[in-house]
Design a protein around this ligand. Sequence first.
Ligand SMILES: *[C@@H]1O[C@H](CO)[C@@H](O)[C@H](O)[C@H]1NC(C)=O
Ligand SMILES: *[C@@H]1O[C@H](CO)[C@@H](O)[C@H](O)[C@H]1NC(C)=O
Ligand SMILES: *[C@@H]1O[C@H](CO)[C@@H](O)[C@H](O)[C@H]1NC(C)=O
Ligand SMILES: *[C@@H]1O[C@H](CO)[C@@H](O)[C@H](O)[C@H]1NC(C)=O
Length: 336
Amino acid sequence: MRPLTLLPFAVFALIHAASALLVSSKDGTQIWAEAKGNPRNPHFVWIHGYLLSSLVFDKLFEDETYLNNLYMVRYDIRGFGQSDKPLNAASYQSARFAEDFDAVVQAFNLHKPFAAGWSYGGTIFTDIYALHGNGVVSGFVYLAALDSTSATSSVSQPLALNTLPNLTQDANVTLYNTAEIGFVEGTIYHPSTLSFETRVAWIGLGAVIPQVVKSNLLNRTQDTTRLFAEGGPSLPVLYVAGLRDALLNDTALVELLRPKFKRFEVLTLPDSGHAVFLEGFEEVRSSVLQFVHSVIDRVSFTLISPSYLVTNLVAKPSLKGVDARRNSFGGCTGGT
Ligand SMILES: *[C@@H]1O[C@H](CO)[C@@H](O)[C@H](O)[C@H]1NC(C)=O
Ligand SMILES: *[C@@H]1O[C@H](CO)[C@@H](O)[C@H](O)[C@H]1NC(C)=O
Ligand SMILES: *[C@@H]1O[C@H](CO)[C@@H](O)[C@H](O)[C@H]1NC(C)=O
Ligand SMILES: *[C@@H]1O[C@H](CO)[C@@H](O)[C@H](O)[C@H]1NC(C)=O
């Protein structure tokens, strides 16, 4: 290939350059985070689910349509993936999760980002609102997601309810392995959705989390009061429901959340399991982009804040964190 023919690829790579960082949260916990795409696009943060990491969004972070439309950001929730996994329960208080989100927002200079949470990832929205209320985000996308950890028992399918105790116990490896494999298999309805490589990577993500951390993450308490009281009247929310979800009852979650939010949209995928962003890839992508653009168009009619212009049109992003390609499992410290 002559050098000139490589130019378009070089330009594409430049436009969609990725930055991966270890970001310090307020309590010193190191959070692994990555941004990819053009910072002039709407800012969008993806938050993964239980026992997994932001690795689950790999396909989205390679997708040109997503990258051409959004500034794509993802991070590993504390306790998961490459982020630190403090052992003590105090490190899993609600405010810590909101501070982790804040640290990611600051590191990549995000302005009122949208956020999507898959499954357990949806609980982070409650943490953000409990600490800050309105003004931090532009909208939430629940991807077959929970609103809080306390909802787990009432909206989980039997598979999840029977699996969670086996996943968090510390006495029987056979029981754990069966539960972990069953849990990952339970995220999909169509077996072909996950390649063998992806499947074992997802299963392996459970192994880097100490058992006590797995429990701390489930046992933490949250308060949805501010999310519903302040977000309810004005926050744009999109819920993506998979009717073949084997882990959560998305219909029950929609029934629970619809009365709470005035601006509530639902995308129902009859043929998708729990991993709606993969099993309904194109439909979810169109809905997410439509949702973002409808909110932005409405905002730009009423006001464009000077800080938005500075952030998005003038300032170059200044990244605040330590460069961190995928290479570690994070630290596990702090007594139980
Ligand atoms: C969890 O363990 C119990 C035995 O303690 C077993 O009866 C049950 O089938 C297990 N659940 C799953 C989903 O494997
Ligand atoms: C561990 O769990 C398996 C599967 O339920 C069971 O067959 C086995 O007896 C258990 N082992 C111990 C040591 O309890
Ligand atoms: C989490 O909660 C369960 C059920 O209430 C309890 O059995 C378990 O000991 C708790 N785990 C931790 C680490 O606090
Ligand atoms: C899911 O929740 C809906 C609404 O509450 C209920 O009608 C349905 O029976 C539930 N499905 C399952 C499989 O539990």
